[in-house]
Design a protein around this ligand. Structure first.
Ligand code: AP5
Length: 194
């Protein structure tokens, strides 16, 4: 199965991606984690990405698309992926689709994790006490949330109209969110196999 997670900063994409990947035997690919590895290793990608990430802005499309191409193809060949953090814009979704469709690795289902803004800010600010992430401050998370509303939220309509879109309430204990996603994905899996 090939799926992606959509959710605002702090919605629990990374947390749930690990659990979903384990349950269905998929590979978890996080654009944010990959970018942070590049920043830590001071690669060309990392040197370009750092300033955007520190401000809470989106890294340019070409950088992200080039970075994800190989991991996505490998994961699809190995049984499927849970993509966390990509796409962030309709433009990215379309560019990703153009690359993926010819290779037969395009996404089959999008999972939206919905959490109210106040809860998101609280989660990120709390994580910022220990995460070491330069973007986990109240000021930057405000920017990240605005970027989500302006650029990423339109993806919900995009996926509802194209592939399957599942929405779950992410403002519950982690286990409950996971369970709700897994139950719905099991149904999708049956439809895909049938
Ligand atoms: P990225 O790393 O993708 O960050 P994000 O989307 O802002 O998401 P977070 O990692 O902050 O949150 P999450 O939804 O994964 O939640 P998590 O599970 O961690 O992106 C960072 C930056 O990289 C972007 O701003 C951008 O600059 C760049 N970037 C990345 N992808 C890009 C792309 N495609 N294009 C361009 N630029 C890109 O949980 C958050 C916290 O909440 C944790 O402490 C967790 O323990 C807690 N938590 C989780 N679930 C629950 C729950 N149910 N109840 C209570 N607490 C919970």
């Amino acid at each position: 199965m090939r799926l992606l997670l959509i959710g605002a900063p702090g919605a629990g994409k990374g947390t749930q991606a690990v659990r979903i990947a384990e349950n269905f035997g998929l590979t978890h690919i996080s654009s944010g984690d990959l970018l942070r590895e590049h920043v830590a290793q001071e690669t060309a990608i990392g040197l370009t990405a750092k300033a955007y990430m520190d401000r809470g802005d989106l890294v340019p499309n070409t950088v992200v698309l080039d970075m994800l191409r190989k991991p996505v193809i490998s994961a699809a060949e190995a049984g499927g992926y849970v993509l966390d953090g990509f796409p962030r814009t309709v433009e990215q979704a379309e560019a990703g689709y153009d690359v993926a469709k010819d290779l037969g690795v395009s996404v089959q289902v999008a999972v939206h994790i919905e959490v109210p803004r106040e809860a998101l800010v609280a989660r990120i600010v709390e994580r910022g006490l220990t995460s070491g992430r330069a973007d986990d401050t109240e000021e930057v998370v405000t920017r990240r949330l605005d970027v989500y509303d302006e650029y990423t939220r339109p993806l919900l309509e995009y996926y509802a109209a194209r592939e399957r879109l599942i929405t779950v309430n992410g403002d519950r204990p982690v286990e409950e969110v996971t369970w709700s996603v897994i139950v719905q994905l099991q149904q999708v899996q049956k439809q895909l196999e049938g």
